[in-house]
Design a binder for this molecule. Structure first.
Ligand code: SF4
Length: 388
């Protein structure tokens, strides 16, 4: 199994309890971004585009643990930026594990060998290493030669030390299905515990805007990849129904509250991928977000999205409603032949809004006010002492 049995049971019982209690919206995975700073500048990501004072911001250990308590999701995915650049990351992870959260620490692995000693293997903890394909594909994706080899060396070392390791593979337009399938074979041969895969979301700040997949291409690409995988024992950390959705066989609508994001701005509205606004608390995020304004068919920026942030939770909820369908897909794998499920109409979607500068300007002003408030007045006794 790509996830430990205990994790599957605990997450399953959490979902069942929410359904029985009639809770309409609940989180499945807390996405935690304690910093935006990264040691890579990938073509498909716009995070390091923030001004330096924002890149220098960190969520504290307490803020991270409070976010886990507020949200209550059984799984926490720690992402960024590069989380291993955060000096207090070992303490954050220990705190989350003490709360019995299942933690995925997402990393590009450049610092993994150096920092591995600060962490201990646990059934609750998994490294989630970013690998977008074989050496040539991945190094092109992260815009730096040699990153694949370093990541693979770190994965091998982590497995030798007894850690759970999954890989996180984002797929872009132009990917060769056979090559991707060969990569999945290779990853399984490395002893990796599971693969998480999804099409790249077209971040508006990403330097490369030409290689994001639209939904039709995404579905065809995943069908082609999964066809090569028939009869093989690829292990995915994602629900079988989400994989079936990627292959064009499910007519799912987005449930963005399933994977809420807490970062240095606050709780991001509406999802991990889109920063349209920020709430101060998790409750405010859940209660005050106009959820009906988002998702494919509702909003232009969501038109091509098939990412797990929005659709994995839909697949999990569907599994509750159609358990026999889940069992069938789990046994036979995603369907790779026949007509695809109808696509969501984009006729009534509202146009995109561009809020990036507004949020950045407002945060920069807040930081400037904070800095001025902590600066000592020139003629204060403290300043005079300092001058002595
Ligand atoms: S479809 Fe859902 S997950 Fe995707 S960008 Fe829109 S709100 Fe976010």
């Amino acid at each position: 199994m790509a996830v430990p049995l205990m994790q599957a049971v605990r997450v399953g019982s959490y979902v069942v309890k929410k359904h029985l209690a009639g809770v309409k919206r609940y989180p499945l995975v807390l996405m935690l971004e304690p910093l935006f700073r990264c040691n890579l500048a990938c073509a498909g990501c716009g995070k390091i585009d923030y001004p330096a004072p924002i890149l220098n911001q960190r969520l504290s250990v307490q803020e991270c643990l409070d976010a886990a308590d507020e949200c209550g999701a059984p799984i926490v995915a720690v992402a960024g930026g590069e989380p291993l650049l955060h000096k207090e990351m070992p303490e954050i992870i220990r705190g989350l594990l003490a709360k019995k959260k299942y933690v995925y620490l997402c990393t590009n692995a450049l610092l993994l060998e150096k920092k591995m000693e600060d962490y201990a293997p646990s059934p609750y903890f998994s490294w989630d290493v970013h690998l977008d394909g074989d050496a040539q594909m991945h190094d092109a994706s992260v815009c730096q030669d040699g990153v694949y080899d370093r990541a693979v060396a770190a994965i091998k070392k982590a497995k030798e030390r007894g850690f759970r390791v999954s890989i996180n593979c984002t797929v872009f337009d132009g990917a060769d299905p056979k090559r991707l399938a060969d990569f999945f074979d290779r990853v399984m041969a490395m002893g990796v515990d599971g693969i998480m895969t999804a099409p790249g979301y077209a971040y508006e700040r990403a330097p490369d805007q030409e290689h994001f997949l639209n939904r039709q291409k995404t579905k065809q690409l995943f069908r082609d990849v999964f066809r090569y995988g028939k009869g093989k024992k690829w292990k995915f950390t994602q629900s079988p129904l989400f994989l079936n959705f990627l292959a064009g066989n499910e007519n799912y609508h987005c449930t963005p509250w399933g994977k809420p994001l807490r970062n240095v701005f606050g709780w991001q509205k509406p999802c991990y991928l889109l920063g349209e606004g920020y709430a101060k608390t998790f409750r405010e995020l859940m209660d005050d977000t106009a959820w009906e304004q988002y998702g494919t068919g509702n909003y232009e920026k969501c038109a091509d999205c098939m990412v797990h942030s929005g659709y994995e939770s839909t697949a999990v909820a569907d599994a509750m409603k159609r358990p026999l369908h889940l069992i069938k897909v789990a046994l036979t794998g995603p369907q790779t032949e026949g007509p695809m499920a109808p696509e969501i109409s984009l006729a009534n979607q509202r146009p995109a809004e561009y809020n990036y500068s507004k949020h950045v300007d407002s945060r920069m002003q807040e930081l400037a006010v904070k800095k001025a408030a902590t600066r000592k007045p020139a003629n204060s006794p403290a300043a005079a002492d300092a001058a002595d």
